[in-house]
Ligand binder design. Structure first.
Ligand SMILES: Cc1cc2nc3c(=O)[nH]c(=O)nc-3n(C[C@H](O)[C@H](O)[C@H](O)COP(=O)(O)OP(=O)(O)OC[C@H]3O[C@@H](n4cnc5c(N)ncnc54)[C@H](O)[C@@H]3O)c2cc1C
Length: 414
C-alpha cells in the first residue's frame, strides 16, 4: 500500500510527506494515545491541541494555503490539490480532529486569496502565519438544515435565514450558524447570509469576513461531536453584528464563487477520511500478526485474512478515485465537480466499513475506549455527514451528470 502512495508523488511531495510522517508518528499519535481521556472532557478548552498546532506550525504545514508573499508555505500550483490531499491524509492518520483544524486554514486561505480585497489579505494573512493557535471557520449551516445549500435549490424557500443588510457604510448581520468546524475557537469567520430575499440561493447570498471580536458576534456553544473530538465545532449567533462595507467578500453571488473552496474541500475531506482508514489498517495489521487465538496468530485464520484483504482493497480503491479526482481539480478538468463528489462520498462509506472491520478484528479490545481502535470508527462516522450527507452527495453527482433533468425538487408544496 505504501508503494501506491509513493507512486504518484513528486520528489518535493515525498520529502514533505516524510517530514509530516515523522511528526505524526513521533508527536501526534503518542499524544492522542496519552491523552485519550481528555477527548471526553466536556469543557472544549480542555481538549488540548495547542502542542500539536505548534508542531504543525514548526514543520510549515499550518500555513500551506497562504500566499508565499505573506509567509505561507509554498506549494507547486500545478499539483497543489494533490499536495493538499497527501498532507491531509498524513495528518489525519494521526488525528482527524487535528486534520479538520488545519485543513480549514488552507481551504479558507485559498478562498480569501481569490475573493478578499488586497488590504484585508495584507491585514489577516500575516496574523494567521504568526499565531500557531489562529484558526479559521466557514459558516453556511444553520439550524434549519444545510442540505438545500449543497444542491443548491435556487428557490426562495431554500435561502439562508441569516440575513445581512447594508446600513450606511456597514453590513449588519443577523442570524445563527451551527455545526461549524473550528466555530468554537476560530479568530476569523467567513459567514454567508441572504442579502436579496426572494432572489434564490445563487443570486441573493453574500459572504462576509467577520473577526471574532466584532460586537454582535457570540459563540453560543460547542456542538459536541461523536468523532474528531480534538476539533471543536461551534454554534455562532449574530445579533446586529456590523462589519465595514469592504468586509463583504462577494455580494449576492457568493455561492457561485465558492468553487475554489469546495472542490479542493471535497478532496481534503476524502483524504482526511482515508487517513483514518490507513491508521485503522496499520493497527489492525499489527494486531492480527501478533495476537494469538485458537493456537495461532489471528491472520492465520482465513476469515481474518479475508477481512484484512477487504480493508486493503477498499483503501486502495478510495485512493485510486481520490488520485483521479485530485488530478482533475489541479487540471481544471470539466468532470472535476462530479469526481470530487464521488471521491468524498465513496471514501465516507468505504472508510466506515474499513473501520468496522478494524473494530471487529480487535474483538472486545475494539470496543474499549482505552485501547483506541473504536476512535477510528467514531471519527469515520462523522465523515458521512460532513460537507453534505451521503444522499445529498449522490444527488449532486447526478445533478452534475444530468443538469437539466435532476434536482428540481424544491419549492412550495403543491
Ligand atoms: C463535524 C461536522 C463539521 C461541520 N463543519 C461545517 C462547517 O465548517 N461549515 C458549515 O457550514 N457546515 C458544517 N457542517 C454541517 C454539514 O455540512 C451539515 O451537517 C450537512 O450538510 C447536513 O446538513 P444538516 O445537518 O442540516 O442536515 P439536513 O439538511 O437537515 O438533512 C437531514 C436529512 O435529510 C436528508 N435530506 C435533506 N434534504 C434532502 C433532499 N432534498 N432530498 C433527500 N434527502 C434530503 C439528508 O440527506 C439527511 O439525511 C459540519 C457538520 C459536521 C457533522
Amino acid at each position: 500500500m505504501v508503494e501506491m502512495i509513493e507512486r504518484g508523488l513528486t520528489e518535493e511531495q515525498r520529502m514533505m510527506r516524510d517530514a509530516i510522517r515523522a511528526f505524526v508518528d513521533g508527536e501526534v499519535t503518542p499524544f492522542i494515545r496519552k491523552n485519550w481521556e481528555r477527548e471526553w472532557d466536556m469543557k472544549p478548552e480542555s481538549r488540548p491541541t495547542r502542542e500539536l498546532l505548534e508542531g504543525a506550525h514548526r514543520i510549515g504545514v499550518r500555513t500551506l494555503g497562504i500566499p508565499e508573499e505573506f509567509g505561507g508555505t509554498p506549494v507547486d500550483p500545478k499539483t497543489e490539490v494533490q499536495t493538499f490531499a497527501m498532507v491531509a491524509e498524513e495528518i489525519s492518520r494521526g488525528d482527524s480532529g487535528l486534520g479538520d483544524k488545519l485543513t480549514q486554514i488552507w481551504k479558507i486561505s485559498k478562498l480569501l486569496q481569490n475573493i478578499a480585497p488586497r488590504h484585508l489579505q495584507e491585514l489577516w494573512f500575516p496574523r494567521i502565519v504568526e499565531d500557531p493557535t489562529f484558526l479559521l471557520a466557514h459558516c453556511l449551516t444553520e439550524p434549519r438544515g444545510a442540505s438545500d445549500r449543497w444542491l443548491p435549490y435556487d428557490v426562495p424557500e431554500a435561502m439562508m435565514h441569516t440575513k445581512a443588510a447594508l446600513k450606511g457604510d456597514k453590513w449588519v448581520i443577523n442570524g445563527r450558524k451551527q455545526f461549524i468546524t473550528n466555530g468554537y475557537d476560530a479568530k476569523l469567520y467567513v459567514v454567508y447570509a441572504t442579502t436579496k430575499p426572494g432572489a434564490g440561493m445563487t443570486k441573493g447570498t453574500s459572504s462576509f469576513l467577520v473577526p471574532r471580536d466584532t460586537p454582535g458576534l457570540s459563540v453560543a456553544r460547542c456542538n459536541e461531536t461523536l468523532g474528531g473530538r480534538f476539533m471543536n465545532t461551534g454554534e455562532i449567533v449574530f445579533e446586529d453584528c456590523a462589519v465595514p462595507k469592504d468586509h463583504c467578500l462577494v455580494e449576492n453571488t457568493a455561492l457561485t464563487k465558492a468553487g475554489v473552496y469546495f472542490r479542493p474541500g471535497k478532496i481534503i475531506q476524502a483524504s482526511k477520511n482515508l487517513g483514518i482508514a490507513v491508521a485503522a489498517f496499520e493497527k489492525t495489521a499489527d494486531y492480527v500478526q501478533n495476537y494469538v487465538q485458537g493456537g495461532r496468530t489471528l491472520i492465520k485464520h482465513q476469515a481474518v485474512a479475508i477481512r484484512l484483504a477487504e480493508m486493503a482493497t477498499k483503501i486502495c480503491a478510495v485512493r485510486s478515485l481520490l488520485n483521479e479526482a485530485s488530478r482533475a481539480v489541479d487540471e481544471g478538468a470539466p468532470d472535476a465537480e462530479q469526481l470530487v463528489n464521488m471521491a468524498k462520498l465513496f471514501a465516507s462509506e468505504e472508510v466506515f466499513k474499513v473501520c468496522q472491520h478494524a473494530v471487529e478484528l480487535h474483538g472486545g479490545n475494539g470496543i474499549m475506549l482505552d485501547f483506541g481502535i473504536e476512535k477510528h470508527l467514531r471519527d469515520a462516522a462523522v465523515f458521512l455527514h460532513m460537507d453534505a450527507t451521503v444522499d445529498i452527495s449522490k444527488f449532486k453527482i447526478v445533478k452534475c451528470m444530468f443538469p437539466d433533468t435532476a434536482g428540481v425538487y424544491a419549492g412550495p408544496e403543491n
